[in-house]
Ligand binder design. Structure first.
Ligand code: FES
Length: 158
C-alpha cells in the first residue's frame, strides 16, 4: 500500500516549491515533490507554484495535465495501472483490463467512492516483452491474465 499522503499544508507546500525555485527546469521536480507529499497536486498547489516560479497558472496546470503521472485528485489506497500500449494489447491486455474493470466496478481514471481503488491506464511500462503488464501500488506486474489480476485485486483488498 502506498504511504499515506499529508493533508494540504500551504507552508509545507511553499517550503517544497522554494527548494526547486532557483533550479533550471525546477517546476517538474517541484510538482513531483508536491504530489509525493500530498498524494496529488491540488488546485491550491497550482496557484502557489505559479507564484513561486513566476509563471502563469495555465503553465503549471498544463504541466499537471500533460504528464499522466500527475493527479489533480487524491488516488485510492490501492492504485492499479494497466498497460494499454500495442505490445501489451497484442499479448491480451484488453481482456485483462475488462476483468479488472468488472472486479473493481471502475472505468479508466476512476476512484471508488470509498477511496479504496484507483484504476489508471499507462502507455508502456518498459515490460513489453512480458506483457500484459501493469503496476499495483508501485510494484511492476508481468504476464497478467484474468485469473491473476482477480487474485491480485482480491489479495490487495484483504
Ligand atoms: S507495451 Fe506494455 S509495457 Fe510496453
Amino acid at each position: 500500500m502506498p504511504p499515506a499522503a499529508e493533508l494540504w499544508n500551504e507552508a509545507r507546500a511553499r517550503e517544497i516549491a522554494e527548494t526547486f525555485a532557483n533550479t533550471k527546469g525546477g517546476l517538474l521536480p517541484a510538482l513531483l515533490a508536491i504530489q509525493s507529499a500530498f498524494g496529488h497536486v491540488p488546485g491550491e498547489a497550482v496557484v502557489l507554484l505559479a507564484e513561486v516560479f513566476n509563471v502563469s497558472r495555465a503553465e503549471v496546470h498544463g504541466a499537471v495535465t500533460f504528464y499522466r503521472d500527475f493527479r489533480e485528485r487524491p488516488a485510492g489506497r490501492h492504485v492499479l495501472k494497466l498497460c494499454r500500449a500495442e505490445a501489451c494489447q497484442a499479448a491480451g491486455s484488453v481482456s485483462v483490463a475488462e476483468v479488472a474493470k468488472r472486479r473493481l466496478k471502475l472505468g479508466w481514471d476512476e476512484t471508488d467512492s470509498e477511496g479504496n481503488w484507483t484504476l489508471e491506464p499507462v502507455f508502456c511500462l518498459g515490460l513489453c516483452a512480458c506483457g500484459p503488464a501493469g503496476m499495483l501500488d508501485g510494484t511492476p506486474l508481468a504476464r497478467l491474465d484474468g485469473a491473476r489480476i482477480e487474485k491480485l485485486i482480491d489479495g490487495a483488498a484483504e
